[in-house]
Design a protein around this ligand. Sequence first.
Ligand SMILES: [Mg+2]
Length: 107
Amino acid sequence: MKMQTLLDFVSKENKLLSEKHPGIDKEKKTLAQTVKLSEELGELSEEVLASLSLQRQHKLDNMKKDNLSKEFADVLITALILADTMGVDIRDGLKRTIKKVNNRYKP
Ligand SMILES: [Mg+2]
């Protein structure tokens, strides 16, 4: 999948969310999406624990085996929607972070 395809999906989804919840100002939307990101991170954490068999047995029994990739995607998409709401240029952020990380390993 191309980055632009993902960003187009995120922009479309964010517009649909705004239509679904009319009258919510940008500040409240930003806060709600930040809380949602935390919720999604919690779900990913549960899946990571389950993948390592570190959850209680009754939780392991009720978890689907193939949820890990879906929960990673939920975190990624939710973070991108938040960035979209805040007008963050995620391409620029990714470029700068990748450059910074790459520079760490230069002699
Ligand atoms: Mg999730």
